[in-house]
Design a protein around this ligand. Structure first.
Ligand code: BG6
Ligand code: MG
Length: 219
């Protein structure tokens, strides 16, 4: 099956904002009186803001009412937005720009499939809004990854079938979402977390148009 589109997660795939999310959640955890490690943070990758907070509180052994949870999620977001407000194109991850140039020149469509409600701000700051034929983010979805909704909406916006699309993801929940959407996937990171992906790479610099085409031709 020829690949007709690539659907990209944002945080940890296009830009390294995963670190800013982590630092803001860690700050909140510390304020609440417990520690939050990078290992714990793996569970939050790809997951919505509300669900991330629930996991964080579970790690800290805290149970809070809805109003407090809303306040805490808003507080974390203020810190996070502060970090991303000064981002510029230097924060685009290595290999992303050249891979986009290669696939777009070959007529392959691109879509964003992110859980973040801050996606547009980040894309604007790094100058990548025009790099996508469709943008689906946390403002358009009702189900968080590992639900396949975000990627199915991406394929639909491009007018393509799931089997035409390849998903790029750094989160375990995102790879599961891709699989459930009936799409092939490229896991970005370690096979320890991303073993379910069709292939795993450590950075976009390892990707090429040829490798993408080969992925479409594999079983
Ligand atoms: C995902 C991140 O892309 O977006 C998660 O991997 C994050 O860590 C989620 O919680 C929601 O982001 P935001 O910007 O709407 O809080
Ligand atoms: Mg991600």
């Amino acid at each position: 099956m020829a690949v007709k589109a690539c659907l990209f997660d944002l945080d940890g795939v296009i830009v390294d904002t995963a670190k800013y999310h982590y630092l803001a959640w860690k700050r909140l955890a510390n304020e609440l009186g417990f520690d939050f490690t990078e290992q714990d943070n793996e569970r939050l990758k790809g997951v919505s803001r509300v669900r991330s907070l629930e996991i964080l509180l579970e790690i800290g052994g805290l149970s809070l009412d809805e109003a407090t949870k809303e306040q805490l999620a808003a507080k974390k977001n203020v810190w996070y937005v502060e970090s991303i407000s000064t981002m510029d194109e230097r924060e685009i991850l290595p290999g992303v720009k050249s891979f986009f140039a290669a696939i777009r020149a070959a007529g392959i469509k691109t879509a964003l499939g992110s859980a973040s409600k801050n996606a547009m701000m980040i894309l604007k700051n790094v100058g990548m809004v025009q790099s996508f034929d469709a943008i689906v983010d946390g403002n358009h979805t009702s189900q968080a990854k590992p639900d396949p909704e975000v990627f199915l909406l991406g394929a639909k916006a491009l007018g393509l079938n799931p089997e035409d699309c390849v998903v790029f993801e750094d989160a375990e929940s995102g790879i599961e979402a891709a699989t459930r959407a009936g799409m092939r996937s490229v896991g970005m990171g370690s096979s320890e977390h991303l073993g379910q992906a069709t292939i795993v790479i450590s950075a976009m610099t390892e990707m090429s148009l040829e490798r993408l085409i080969a992925l479409g031709e594999s079983n």
